[in-house]
Write a protein that binds this ligand. Structure first.
Ligand SMILES: NC(=O)c1ccc[n+]([C@@H]2O[C@H](COP(=O)([O-])OP(=O)(O)OC[C@H]3O[C@@H](n4cnc5c(N)ncnc54)[C@H](O)[C@@H]3O)[C@@H](O)[C@H]2O)c1
Ligand SMILES: [Zn+2]
Ligand SMILES: [Zn+2]
Length: 392
């Protein structure tokens, strides 16, 4: 089959690889009908995520039609249309029982490797490095879905692929980010990053009762989307000092809730700390560039909450923990417990409360994938979200 594969920093290829097959009774194989490129895939492309190997199949936002089912299956049958969450969860362990699906204790086949660097291992992820399970991803014609009796959900025929695909990751991720922000009615919510995750965090902040949403980025079309579709006030970090602007907009108090939808690959902002991060990354002295986290800690009002869906990888330098402690901030973060949100958010799509297609700017077949990774990374051609359909 055709698949998008990783061959080192900046080198993504579309090539022929072996078809997946059932390896466990709980597996299903799907024929992929749509898949997407995520901001998290850029961390792989940019070489920030360790333990990738040449030829690894990428992709963790995927849906399709069930082709084959393992013997233990009663949930799905051949021909069912399903969306697949990006994290793999057994459904039975201590963490899955608590619906902490992204922390599943059993789905990472290489848990020892992850435990060495994290203390304990999180769940295995599709298409996301050997340290997180070494599972082939779904930017491909076919995908093997482990633990398929727990993860995927069937989707109604009346909704097309583009309307439901983002249940696999970015809609639940934006929603959990807003939930983690502990928004109280009328709160001012500041959201750093107007990529796909930021756009869904904006939508979700309103759903959860925000009184005001302020979105921060520098890419004009992403800021425009946040304003026009997201009804957010916007700040361009290349034009204004974000701390000064947020203080002015909130009467000197700071936003009640701050959401970091940027993560480890903050762009240079002209500030001293961000320049230092760039130098250290270039010299391999440290990979994370946590400028946004630092800024959010400074800007957040006393007693406020910082929610972090943006991915960080290792040990973060110069994070102002003293100010965070003394200001009494609450931090909530994590990979999304996607399975928890599938049904409730599907209902919001069915009831037309939200149409997730608003983020899509680019559609193509898998062959265009390598070029579209670059277009998405470099924010060229107005790109906000890429959807690929094998065979298109
Ligand atoms: N927690 C999860 O489960 C989960 C799931 C999906 C994605 N993510 C992470 O969420 C983050 C965003 O994903 P995405 O798909 O929206 O990616 P993206 O790269 O398209 O968006 C990031 C945006 O941040 C902006 N940005 C960069 N530096 C900034 C700064 N200093 N201030 C404000 N904005 C800045 C960029 O211009 C860009 O628009 C990534 O780190 C991704 O790995 C996490
Ligand atoms: Zn993702
Ligand atoms: Zn589990």
């Amino acid at each position: 089959m055709k698949a998008l594969t990783w061959h080192g920093k900046g080198d993504i290829r579309c090539e022929s690889v072996a078809d997946p097959s059932i390896e466990d009774d709980r597996d299903i194989i799907i024929r992929v009908t749509a898949c997407a490129i995520c901001g998290s895939d850029l961390h792989l492309m940019d070489g920030y995520m360790p333990t990738m190997k040449t030829g690894d199949v990428l992709g963790h936002e995927t849906m399709g039609v069930v082709e084959e089912v393992g013997r233990a299956h009663s949930k799905f049958k051949h021909g069912d249309r399903v969306v697949v969450p990006f994290n793999l969860s057994c459904g039975e362990c201590f963490f899955c029982q608590k619906q902490l699906y992204s922390l599943c204790d059993r789905s990472n086949r290489n848990a020892d490797q992850a435990a060495k660097v994290m203390g304990q291992s999180p769940a295995g992820l599709l298409g996301y490095s050997h340290m997180l399970g070494g599972y082939a991803g779904g930017q491909a014609e076919y995908l093997r879905v482990p633990f398929a009796d727990v993860g995927p959900i069937r989707v109604p025929d009346e909704l097309d692929d583009e309307q439901v695909l983002f249940l696999s990751d970015i809609f639940p991720t934006g929603y959990m980010a807003a939930e983690n922000a502990d928004i109280e009615p009328g709160d001012t919510v500041a959201i750093w990053g107007c990529g796909p995750v930021g756009q869904f965090a904006i939508q979700s902040a309103w759903m959860l009762g925000a009184g005001r949403v302020i979105a921060i980025d520098r890419v004009p079309e992403r800021l425009a989307k946040a304003r026009e579709h997201g009804r957010a006030e916007t700040l361009d970090f290349s034009q204004v000092d974000i701390y000064d602007a947020l203080m002015e907009m909130t009467g000197g108090r700071g936003p009640d809730r701050c959401i970091d939808c940027v993560g480890t690959e903050s762009n240079p902002t002209g500030s001293f700390d961000s320049a230092l991060d760039q130098v250290k990354a270039a010299l391999f002295l440290g990979t994370d560039r946590p400028h946004v986290l630092r800024e959010a800690i400074f800007c957040c009002r006393k007693g406020g909450t910082i929610s972090i869906p943006g991915v960080y990888v290792g040990l973060l330098d110069k994070v102002p923990f003293g100010p965070a402690m003394n200001k009494g901030l609450t931090f909530k973060m994590g990979q999304t417990h996607t399975q928890r949100y599938l049904e409730p958010l599907l209902q919001k799509v069915v009831s037309r409360e939200i149409d997730p297609t608003f983020v899509i700017t680019h559609r193509a077949g898998l062959e265009a994938g390598p070029d579209l990774y670059k277009t998405f990374r470099d924010k060229q051609d107005g790109c906000i979200k890429v959807v690929m359909k094998p065979g298109l």
